[in-house]
Design a protein around this ligand. Structure first.
Ligand SMILES: [Zn+2]
Ligand SMILES: [Zn+2]
Length: 217
């Protein structure tokens, strides 16, 4: 694997900026690979790793960069649990390790570098220096991955009986002998509601997005 600094550069490029979350993510992912004995996750060992991430934050991007696990490759699984944690699964051995950032790491950063006032800068330096055991808790876990969740799974594409849209990976619900997509099976639970084709008929909800500020842990 590349050096820590080279990985960090890759993460910075992919993420758009360098932040404490990138450092934590690179540390977490390299620790996971080390525990599993995977030396070249994006090289000779590629396709061995599936990574479950539990938060959509800065560190997640770094984890994707280091492991090579991407959403589009189905090797990055997102569980929206709001936790700075990830599980690294070695498909070759079946072993898996779950690593979580310790809540005490921020406090440790303050103790280590009280002279640095800027929190992000303080954490960026401390997260480079602190040993793994002061940044993370870790443990071996068992992860069952169904065949249809594997990166290379080739399954049938089925059309929804209601909307006609194609559905992969058996994301279907059978009801009264009809095969439905999740959106048609439970319209209330949709993350979107169709507004029809008349674009001017409705005023769009404006979402205010704050600036590029990064509040890394
Ligand atoms: Zn960031
Ligand atoms: Zn449908």
């Amino acid at each position: 694997m590349e050096s820590f600094d080279d990985l960090l550069k890759l993460a910075e490029t992919a993420h758009g900026h360098l932040c404490a979350g990138q450092i934590l993510g690179v540390r977490m992912a390299t620790l996971g690979c080390r525990r599993l004995g995977i030396e070249e996750p994006r090289g000779t060992d590629r396709k061995r790793l599936v990574t479950y991430v539990e938060i959509d934050r800065c560190a997640t991007d770094a984890i994707g960069v280091v492991t090579g696990c991407r959403l589009g490759k189905r090797a990055l699984k997102f569980r929206d649990w709001g936790k700075m944690a990830a599980t690294f699964v070695d498909l070759a051995s079946g072993r898996a390790v779950r690593i979580a950032a310790l809540e005490s790491s921020k406090q440790r950063a303050r103790e280590l570098h009280p002279e640095i006032e800027n929190k992000n800068k303080q954490q960026m330096l401390a997260y480079r220096e602190l040993p793994d055991e002061e940044l993370f808790s870790e443990g071996w876990v068992s992860v069952h991955i169904e065949p249809k969740e594997f990166p290379g799974y080739k399954g049938d594409r089925i059309a929804c009986a209601e909307c006609g849209e194609g559905i992969s990976y058996e994301r279907i619900i059978e009801r009264d002998g009809r095969i439905l997509c999740f959106a048609c099976a439970d319209p209330e639970a949709r993350y979107y509601q169709p507004l029809g084709t008349e674009a001017t008929e409705y005023a769009p909800t404006m979402v205010t997005i704050s600036g590029p500020k990064c509040e890394c842990p």
